[in-house]
Every structure is written in C-alpha cells, then in structure tokens.
Ligand binder design. Structure first.
Ligand SMILES: [Zn+2]
Length: 388
C-alpha cells in the first residue's frame, strides 16, 4: 500500500473514534500508541485528573536534544445540531474529498504522521522525531498546557515544532492568543437609601471595567513595530456586565465577562499585573473597609497563548524550503503553537485542509492536501537523517 492510500485508511479509522472534547479520548490515543509502539517509539501517556483523557508523547530516534515535534490534537468539536449529508463518524469519499468529523481539524494531519511510520528507517535518524497528540484543544488547549508542564521537565529539548492545524498547507508563523475570564464581585446588599452601609458590587464592577478600558488604550501604544496582525495591537473586549435586582437595592453581586487577545507574551504579563494591582491595591481595600468578606474572584475560562512571529524561526524556514513556498502569513485562529514556543522551540503552523471547513457540517479534507502533507513530512524525516 502506498503512503497516500495508507493515510486515507488511517484517517477512516481515526474518524471512527468520535473523540469529541467532552468525552474520553482513550480509544484514539490507544490506536495511536499501538501504531507508534510497533515501530519502536518510546511512548508516554499523560492522563488528566479524571483519567479519562490523555496526551501522547512519543519519540523515535536517538536520545539527544534537537529534532522535530509533529503536533496534533486528538479531540474534535461536537456534531449536535449540525446537518450532515452522511454519518460524521464514517469517512466518505466524494470528488477527491474525504468527509467526516475531524477530517481537516485535525485527524488528516495525524493520519499522515502515522502513515509515515511503516516505511521509516528509524535507525537512520540522527536526531529525534517526536509526536505530541493532545486532548481538549478545542476547549482551551487544556491538554497541551499539561503537556508543556511535562516537557519542561524533560531533559531532552526538541528544537522545532510543526503544528498541523488546517492551513491548506500554507506556512503560518503567528497568531494572537485568546484569554477569556469571568470576574465575580461579591459586595454587601443594603437599602438604596444608605449607600455607605453596603458594598455595591455593580459599582465596583463598573470601576473594574473602567480600568480595563484604560488598559485597552495602553495596549495600543505597546503594539510591536511592523506587526502584521489586524489590528496590530493586543485587543481587549468587555463581553458582558451583569448584576443588580432593583432600583432601590444595593446589589451584592455582579459579574464581568471579558477577554483579551495578546500579540506578545509581555502584553499578557502587562494585563495580568495591571488587573492584579488594581484589584489588590484599590478595589479590595475599599470594599473590605465596609465588609471584610467582600471579594473579587476571576475565573479563567480559557487561556490560549499566542504564537509570536519571530525574525529567526528555523521551523518556518524549514517548512518553506520543503514545500517550495515563499509566502508566510499570520492567522486569526488559535493553536497550541504558542505553548511550544514558550518552551523555546521554533514553531510553524502548516497542515492539510482548510479552517473554513473546520467545525462545520460536512467537514472534509482534499486528498491532494494529504498528499502535499505527506511530501512535507517525508522532507522532515529526510532532514532528521542528515548530519547536523
Ligand atoms: Zn484544530
């Protein structure tokens, strides 16, 4: 069987595992583990707190620094309330396209990675080939965040990560992060005629929002030179403000929903520190002077690190050379790439299929895209067999 037919057969198998983010991914991870173990990979599974989900980290080749990570998430978005032309978990081929949930996002890439294995001369690898297959990407990169913790303590340092999210095999070197929060204010209820006797949660929430808006303006001034994002600075949005029961009651509870999209790690630190200082040094002391149990608690809904475009990026340069392209771009969607970048790796996003089809009914990947991806992966393994 040639590599392309093999990739298609593997993709059909992978699509048959539903692996929707809320459910266990044990079956698909078991399948990938078997395929990797068969060719002698050293495989580590990292389970989540429930034990139902796992990341897979695998290495082929020598135990040395450097080498390349191929990264994909094993979970897919749900199909509920979507109108599919056929069973989303049974791959169907029509007009050179393979249909099924996860076909492009991103089981097509994972199928290509696994299709490489039977023909690979592992003993010829001079630097390691690593595989990172994660859980819960679609719900905030939770699996990859855990994996980064594991890799930080790993004595071996890979140098490049290729994230196979669907880019139609275009070379992507950056995206903004996405950080979403709900901030809960607890004050002290009271009668509207005696405002000083209560702690007005809505008023403190409004002051908090006011401070966030000042931070938003400051972020514009911090935009990096030559940034290619649109807009080029870190944006901040207030998505919701809830609280209060009646005109004449001091509200005891309020809630602010907000998000920001960092273009550089220092903006993440800046926003976090600004908010921490304002709550800790301004709001809480004022609230607790009246009511010691008053509180402001921020709940993290999701934090996806951005992928910052870098002047020097060996991952980008390698993939450009392998696929014979000159154009590099940035995209609006998030990936696990920023997390690998935070470990000091050079990162590029390049994978088969289009983000336009991701998350939609009748998701598909073109067979021609899988072929391009297999060619890129062949180039990657050939590179790992060359002397450094
Ligand atoms: Zn994805």
């Amino acid at each position: 069987m040639n590599k392309l037919s093999r990739a298609q057969a593997i993709l059909a198998d992978l699509i048959r595992f539903p692996s929707i983010s809320v459910d266990s991914n044990a079956d698909i991870i078991g399948y990938l583990q078997d395929a990797l173990t068969q060719v002698g990979a050293r495989v580590t599974l990292q389970h989540d707190a429930t034990g139902a989900k796992a990341n897979l980290w695998a290495t082929l080749g020598p135990e040395v620094d450097g080498g390349i990570v191929l990264s994909g998430h094993s979970d897919v978005v749900p199909v509920a309330d979507q109108d599919w032309s056929s069973d989303p978990f049974e791959m169907v081929e029509r007009d050179g396209r393979l249909y099924g949930r996860g076909a492009c996002d991103m089981k097509g890439f994972i199928a290509c990675c696994i299709a490489l294995l039977p023909d690979l001369d592992v003993s010829a690898l001079k630097r390691p080939l690593h595989f990172a297959f994660t859980y819960d990407e679609e719900t905030g990169c939770l699996g990859a965040q855990a994996l980064v913790g594991l890799l930080r303590n790993n004595p071996l340092k890979p140098s490049i990560a290729v994230i196979g999210e669907p880019t139609e095999m275009r070379v992507i070197e950056g995206h903004k992060g996405c950080c979403e929060y709900t901030t809960h204010f607890t004050g002290l209820e009271g009668h509207g005629s005696a405002p000083d006797a209560g702690v007005n949660a809505v008023e403190y929430a409004v002051r908090y929002v006011g401070h966030l808006l000042e931070v938003r303006e400051a972020l514009k001034m911090r935009a990096p030179h030559g940034g290619r994002f649109d807009p080029p600075w870190t944006t901040l949005n207030i998505g919701g403000l809830h609280g209060g029961v009646a005109h004449n009651v001091i509200p005891g509870k309020a809630m602010v929903e907000w998000e920001f999209r960092p273009v550089q790690p220092s903006d993440y630190d800046y926003v976090t520190e600004e908010v921490r200082a304002f709550v800790g040094e301004v709001l809480l002391p004022a609230m607790r002077e009246v009511h010691p149990d008053a509180d402001v608690v921020t709940e993290t809904i999701g934090e996806v690190a951005g992928l910052e475009p870098m002047e020097r990026n060996a991952a980008r340069d390698l993939v450009l050379a392998l696929i014979g392209a000159n154009d590099v771009d940035v995209v609006a969607f998030g990936t696990e790439g920023g997390l690998f970048q935070s470990l000091g790796m050079d990162v590029v996003v390049c994978g088969p299929g289009s983000i336009v089809q991701a998350h939609k009914p009748d998701e598909y990947v073109e067979i021609a895209q899988l072929e391009m991806c297999l060619n890129m992966l062949d180039g990657i393994t050939a590179r790992l067999m060359e002397a450094q």
